[in-house]
Design a protein. Structure first.
Length: 230
């Protein structure tokens, strides 16, 4: 990561590096026992194929963590790679899934040429992005996607937007901001970035989760001009 990267990225990287092993042990597969999330990934795969992106256009799993979502997309037949801000998380993902590609990077500035991705999945990774940086994130999504390609986003939600800071997890001292947002808030950011909202779904909190989960599907319109992120 560059030294001039936003401070929240440095804090997020350091926090996840500190808790990576414990996190991967506690959550070896967040899709286990989550039929709804698995069904959404299957629907996403169908949308990628229906969009007709060039065969060489891979899908990116942004905020890939231990790598289980990347692995699931691979099992479903997509060319896919994972990106995570934490080098330690990337190392664990590579060890667990040695046949797949994982890279250290940030969704605020993806090291990819314009119009190269056939789709993006970002499950519970925008939760650490402050409001002021969301336009740049979604502008990056728009920039790197092939026209017509879909996005699947998952995030914690509630009746209104909110924020909290966690200073300890798994016995480690961290500094990690969590942002929860309504589907309307996130959909409005999508629209301003030039992405078309397609579908939304919300489920209640289960198994000790603190907040409900929301999922949005969107796509980059065919023939869309580059978004400015403003």
């Amino acid at each position: 990561m560059r030294a001039d990267s936003p401070e929240f990225l440095h804090a997020t990287q350091a926090s996840y590096d500190a808790i990576a092993e414990a996190y991967a042990t506690e959550f070896p597969d967040s899709l286990a026992g989550r039929p709804l999330e698995r069904a959404l990934l299957t629907a996403f795969v169908d949308l990628v194929r229906a969009a007709g992106a060039p065969r060489q256009s891979p899908v990116a799993d942004l905020g890939s963590g231990p790598g289980h979502v990347t692995a699931r997309l691979h099992e479903l037949g997509l060319p896919v790679f994972g990106v995570d801000v934490s080098p330690r998380m990337v190392a664990l993902a590579r060890a667990a899934h040695p046949k797949l590609r994982f890279h250290v990077g940030s969704m605020t500035a993806l090291d990819l040429p314009d119009g190269t991705l056939g789709g993006i999945v970002a499950l519970y990774s925008i939760i650490h992005v402050p409001d002021g940086h969301l336009p740049a994130v979604f502008a990056e999504f728009h920039r790197v996607l092939v026209p017509g390609a879909p996005v699947l986003l998952g995030f914690q939600t509630g009746d209104e937007d909110g924020h909290a800071r966690l200073t300890e997890r798994f016995g480690q001292e961290i500094s990690l901001d969590y942002h929860w947002r309504t589907p309307d808030t996130v959909a409005s950011h999508f629209t301003r970035a030039g992405l078309e909202p397609h579908a939304r779904l919300q489920r209640e909190a289960v198994d000790g989760e603190q907040r409900p989960r929301a999922f949005l599907l969107a796509r980059k319109p065919a023939g869309a001009a580059e978004a400015t992120g403003t």
